[in-house]
Design a protein around this ligand. Structure first.
Ligand SMILES: *Cc1c(COP(=O)(O)O)cnc(C)c1O
Length: 444
């Protein structure tokens, strides 16, 4: 394995966290399709179980194929470690539940993926975790005002799905740390190639790996990457759940043994959050990613920078073309100089704010449906981040299960259309979109 500290992004997306495998020396990442692992001795088995030694026990809590992808993602985001989950939803849920319990509160941006809104607003509320949504996520004073003694984390999407709102990560990190809580950033849309939230002060990064990271629309997976930056021991009033013994493990204290310099931390980094999440969430709830899924993710990661550059170039051109089109009422792409988000996008994603954004056609739901049904290159699908161009009508699909008020807060109107611009040839992409406009009476 190449020591990755000084290597560039494109080098790490191919090499970080993986060496030729022992045995036959397989160069590609082997798929360890195994449930369990042979212990060399009963004494070693006991050491794995009491955590005095690191080793694979059972694939629900760790697998070599999955572990290689976890190391790669940690390297690309600049974290101390990562956990791969069965889905982005599982990763987000595990993150929040590692930090918060009944009576606690999370402060979140209102500009979120619909599934995250469902989880935070309904499901977690039913478990006694209150989530307060900040309506204008750019308004840092509104975030400050929402924080209470019960707050356990701030939560935002670096670039939001579907409207590409850009979070002021540095500003939010300052507010979070001033209050003694970590900042969680969902970095699904830009990927670490475009934005690395940890470099701006985020403590925990979550991903839907189903999207650009894997990149080919073949898997459902999620990830949590920990910066190792947040000192839970310094805020015992808020993080009593980190104090004392690690759940299920007699004699192991989470902060003492897995905090910075802890005797059980493999590199001396602060991995308390990751160990708590692995033990309480992965071990107990079992929402782990499969080895074949990890292999497919690894294949996607190897070309991440190449794909994203093409996605972004196409998205910028599409957004500019739409902005000048008679059939368009508004384009929500922060890569446009006219966007109120442009300055934030330049700061946090200087190579371009991703390839997922939405625009409003002139008309409502009926026109949006006719537009989408006329497209032939774009596929109407509930996904983003595929090499293929995808389109959807959020109001009647991805965001249909949230309330009218929540739709309004996340900017989802009846005429809104979301695009995930693929890596096909630009003229073919534009010609297809014009087909949609022709269907609702707007010539080129
Ligand atoms: C898709 C998505 C999720 C949920 O991830 P799944 O892999 O579908 O479970 C979370 N956040 C964002 C921003 C997403 O786009």
């Amino acid at each position: 394995m190449v020591a990755d500290g000084k290597l560039g992004f494109a080098t790490r997306q191919i090499h970080a966290g993986q060496a030729p495998a022992p045995g036959a020396g397989a160069l590609a990442l082997p798929i360890y399709q195994t449930t369990a692992y042979a212990f060399p001795t009963a004494e070693r088995a006991a050491a794995y179980f009491d955590r005095s030694r690191e080793g694979f026990i059972y694939s629900r809590t760790g697998n070599p194929t999955v572990a290689a992808v976890e190391r790669r993602l940690a390297s690309l985001e600049g974290g101390v470690g990562a956990i791969l989950f069965a889905s982005g939803q599982a990763a987000v849920a595990a993150t929040v539940l590692t930090l918060a319990g009944p009576g606690d509160q999370i402060v979140a941006s209102s500009k979120l993926y619909g599934g995250t809104t469902n989880l935070l607003a309904d499901n977690l509320a039913a478990r006694g975790i209150r989530v307060d949504f900040v309506e204008g996520p750019a308004d840092l004073d509104a975030w400050r005002a929402a924080i209470t003694p019960a707050t356990r984390a701030l939560y935002a999407e670096s670039i939001s799905n579907p409207n590409a709102d850009v979070a002021d990560i540095e500003g939010l990190a300052g507010i979070a740390h001033g209050a003694g809580v970590p900042l969680i950033v969902d970095n699904t849309l830009p990927t670490p190639y475009l934005t690395r939230p940890i470099e701006w002060g985020a403590d925990i990064v979550v991903h839907s790996v189903s999207k650009f990271l894997s990149g080919h629309g073949t898997v459902i997976a999620g990830a949590v990457i920990d910066a190792g930056s947040f000192d839970y021991g310094a805020h015992p009033d808020r993080f009593a759940n980190f104090a004392g013994q690690l759940r299920h493990f007699d004699g192991i204290e989470l902060l003492r043994d897995y905090g910075r310099g802890g005797r059980l931390s493999p590199t001396g980094a602060n991995v308390a959050f990751l160990v708590k999440a692995r033990v309480e969430q992965l071990h107990d709830f079992g929402a782990d990613a499969a080895p074949v899924t990890a292999f497919l993710i690894e294949q996607g990661l190897e070309t991440l920078s190449l794909r994203i550059r093409q996605h972004v170039a196409n998205a910028q051109a599409v957004a500019e073309w739409l902005e000048g089109h008679a059939g368009v009422a508004a384009v929500h792409y922060p890569g446009l100089a006219s966007s109120p988000q442009h300055a934030l996008a330049r700061k946090y994603a200087p190579e371009g704010p991703g390839a997922v954004f939405s625009f409003e056609i002139r008309g409502g739901e009926a026109e949006a449906h006719r537009f989408i049904d006329a497209l032939r290159l774009f596929t109407d699908a509930a996904n983003i981040g595929d090499v293929r161009s995808l389109v959807i009508h959020p109001y009647s699909t991805t965001h249909s299960s949230i309330t009218e008020a929540e739709k309004r807060a996340s900017g989802v109107t009846p005429g809104l259309i979301r695009l995930s611009v693929g890596v096909e040839d630009l003229p073919d992409i534009l010609a297809d979109l014009q087909r949609g406009f022709d269907a609702i009476g707007f010539a080129a």
